[in-house]
Each structure stands twice: as structure tokens, then as C-alpha cells.
Design a protein around this ligand. Structure first.
Ligand SMILES: C[S@@+](CC[C@H](N)C(=O)[O-])C[C@H]1O[C@@H](n2cnc3c(N)ncnc32)[C@H](O)[C@@H]1O
Length: 295
């Protein structure tokens, strides 16, 4: 008996793991590409090039953001003595991830990574399979309640002890109608005293530098036009709202390379390198009650 030949199959196109949409660019994968990573597809590289046409040094921004994150985590795990980290919108694993920096300062430090992009959890879990103090889960900053009550988080992090919540290069991807300041406040009000919030957000310096703000507006449009969705370049005042109820650690909300840099600057920044701010907030213990001494 002759077996009929199967019809010719079309050549396989670039496919990702289950749940990964390779027909549309994703923030996580575009960011990975801008950091020199390999976990991205042509659709992501095309989106990145669209943004790069407006801001040729745009790739430096991702590196600056990672360097900022490194300095902050070193500070938190070292100087501030924090041993629990919740890194939300963590992205695809890259060089010098939060757990590597924190556990270099304190090998018992626990880190939970969360991202809503399916590829991040796939790669993150594979990277961390051997690290008992680190966990990567797929989840959403906006999940009902907060991630602080998620059993997969509380399995690793004790919600009654100080935690550093990191939302680096994440909040600008939330549209204004989602009210990111209120979202963040839901986290910070639930955190115990002694906790920290570290965050970076694209900067729209409307009142401070109108010329620079024009570039911010162009970039905001480029994100939407390239299919990447929201990237809100918020003013300094808007970003300060993230730290409501917290003490802003010196030097405050600054351009990234001004936050405890490795040394004095010798080069002028490209305009696009300036369009992101970062800050670290501390949840102080309440002041001790005043004792009235009877006369
Ligand atoms: C630009 S990357 C930043 C990665 C990393 N935090 C850093 O600073 O290097 C932003 C990440 O946030 C994730 N993200 C966006 N919206 C999110 C949400 N609502 N909840 C969790 N993650 C989200 C994206 O998938 C992406 O991986």
C-alpha cells in the first residue's frame, strides 16, 4: 500500500513558548533587545528601531536604568539592611539581576520577581531553578488587591517584615486612567514600617525644560505608533506622588546618573539620556507617642 504524501508544510516561523505572541512587540522583549539580549523577535527589533530613529542614544537609557537599579539594590541590601525584595515588572533575566546584587551583599536575601509577560516567567524560572532564595512568577502589578497578598509571594517574603518593592521602568507603561500613584500607594500603605519603594519613570520636563519636553512628547508618540502601547513621560510633580507618605532618600528624585553615581561626571548627557527620573522612598516608623509628665 502506498502512503499518500503529506501536503508540504509551510516553513516554521519564529515561534515563542506557549502564550507568547510573536506577532506584536512586547515591552519586555524590546527592553531585552536594547540591553543586547537574545530573547526577542524581529517584531521587537523593528519597534526598537522606530524609537531609535527619534532618539539615537535611546539604548543607553536601558543601561543607565540597570546601573541605577544595581546601585539602589546594593544600597538597600547593604547599607539599609533589607533582605526581602519584590521586583515587579522585572523583565527578562539579564546581567546583574536584582538577586545577584542583593545576595552578593547578603547571601540570605530573598527576591521575588514578577512580570506579566509570559516569556519573562519562562526564562526567569529556568534561571532560578537552583536558587532557593529566589522565585519568578507571572503576575500583574494591578492584580486585585496587591501582589503583597499573593500566596506565591508570601511563601517567600514575610509581609510583616520590611520589604523593598522595586518598580523600575514599569509605571510609565501604565496609562493615566489606571492612576499609577494610587496603585503604588496601595502597596506602600500595606508595607510594614522600615520598607522601601524604588522606582524609575520616563520624565516629561514640561515646566523645567520645554525643549527637552518636545523630545519626550515625540518619544511618547513613537511608543504608541510602534505598537508598544503606553509610555507616559510624567512630570517631576506627578512622579513625586509615588512617594506619598514616604521619606524620599537623598538625593531625592533625580536623573538616574545623579543618584549616588560611581564618580563625578565628565561627559555631557545626550537629551534622551536625561528623560527618566528615579527615586527611593522609605517608610518610617511612626514617631513615639508623646509622654505627658505630670507636674
Ligand atoms: C522596561 S521593562 C523594565 C525591566 C526592569 N524592571 C528594569 O528596570 O530593568 C518593563 C517590564 O514591566 C512589565 N510590565 C508591564 N506592565 C506590567 C504589569 N501591569 N504588571 C507586571 N509587569 C508589567 C513588562 O512586561 C516589562 O518586562
Amino acid at each position: 500500500m502506498t502512503i499518500p504524501a503529506l501536503p508540504a508544510q509551510p516553513r516554521a516561523r519564529a515561534r515563542g513558548p506557549v502564550g507568547v505572541d510573536t506577532t506584536r512587540p512586547s515591552i519586555a522583549r524590546v527592553y531585552d533587545y536594547s540591553l543586547g539580549g537574545k530573547d526577542n523577535y524581529e517584531v521587537d527589533r523593528t519597534a526598537y528601531r522606530h524609537i531609535e530613529r527619534i532618539a539615537p542614544r535611546y539604548g543607553d537609557l536601558a543601561l543607565m536604568n540597570r546601573r541605577w537599579l544595581s546601585r539602589v539594590v546594593r544600597y538597600l541590601a547593604g547599607t539599609a539592611g533589607i533582605d526581602q525584595f519584590l521586583d515587579i515588572g522585572a523583565g527578562l533575566p539579564t546581567a546583574l539581576n536584582t538577586h545577584q546584587i542583593a545576595q552578593y551583599e547578603n547571601r540570605h536575601a530573598r527576591v521575588v520577581y514578577v512580570d506579566n509577560d509570559p516569556l519573562c516567567a519562562v526564562h526567569g524560572s529556568a534561571l532560578l531553578a537552583q536558587n532557593d532564595n529566589t522565585h519568578y512568577l507571572r503576575g500583574d502589578l494591578l492584580e486585585p488587591g496587591t501582589l503583597l497578598e499573593n500566596p506565591e509571594v508570601t511563601r517567600y517574603l514575610d509581609p510583616d517584615r520590611p520589604i523593598a518593592v522595586l518598580t523600575c521602568a514599569l509605571l510609565h507603561h501604565l496609562d493615566d486612567h489606571l492612576d499609577p500613584a494610587t496603585v503604588v500607594r496601595e502597596y506602600t500603605t500595606r508595607l510594614p514600617c522600615g520598607s522601601f519603594l524604588a522606582t524609575t519613570n520616563f520624565w516629561g520636563p514640561a515646566g523645567e525644560d520645554p525643549e527637552l519636553h518636545t523630545l519626550a512628547t515625540q518619544l511618547e508618540h513613537a511608543f504608541t505608533a510602534s505598537g508598544l502601547g503606553t509610555a507616559r513621560y510624567r512630570t517631576r510633580e506627578q512622579q513625586l506622588e509615588y512617594f506619598d507618605g514616604l521619606q524620599l532618600i537623598a538625593p531625592g528624585l533625580t536623573e538616574l546618573d545623579d543618584w549616588w553615581p560611581a564618580g563625578p561626571p565628565t561627559r555631557t548627557r545626550a537629551p534622551e539620556q536625561r528623560l527618566i527620573l528615579g527615586g527611593v522612598g522609605f517608610k518610617q516608623p511612626p514617631p513615639p507617642p508623646k509622654i505627658h509628665h505630670p507636674r
